[in-house]
Design a protein. Sequence first.
Length: 189
Amino acid sequence: MKYVLIVSKSEKTIVSLHDLLQQEGYCQCMFAHNTEQAKEHISNNEFDLIVISTPIEDGAGLDLSVYMIDHTRAGVFLLTGEDTLERVGEKLQQRGVFTLAKPVSRVLFHQSIRVWQATKNRIDGLERENEKLKLQVEEIKIIHRAKCTLMQCLAMSEPQAHRYLEKQAMDMRQSKRKVAEQVLNTYEA
C-alpha cells in the first residue's frame, strides 16, 4: 500500500491532489495545513510520498520540503509558483526535492510521480545490494578472525586453518560462518 502526505492550506488543492494520487495507487492519504501538523504526521507515520503545495498556513513550505528530505525516506514534491521555482528550484533539486511549477498539468504530475517511483525502485535495489555486500564483508571478517584464532591457538598455518573451517562446515552441514563463530566462541571465550 502506498502512503502519501499532502500539505496545503487549500482544501480544494488537497482534494485535487488526492484524486490525482489515487490514480497512481496512493490510497492511504493524510493531510496537513501547516508545518506543525506535517511534522506530527511524519513522527507517527511512514510515508512513501509527501506533496507540499505552497503556500501553506505558516508560509514555510520551502523549509518544510528540506526538513522532509532530511527526516524521512519519502519522495518529496514541492508545488510552487513559477517565480519561486526559478529562485530556489535548482537548490531544492540538489537536495532531492522534486519541484513543479503551479498550475501543474495532470500529465506532467503523473509523469513526475512515475519518474520518482522508477528512481525509488532503483535506489531500493541498490540498498538491498548494499546490505547484501555488508553481510558478505561481515562474514569474511568473522571467517578471517576464526582462521587467525586457529593459527594462534592451535599453531595451524593459514591454509590449514582455511581447510579446517571448510571441512568442519561440510562435515557438520553448516555454513563456514557458523563454524567460524563456533571457533571464536570456543577459543576467544
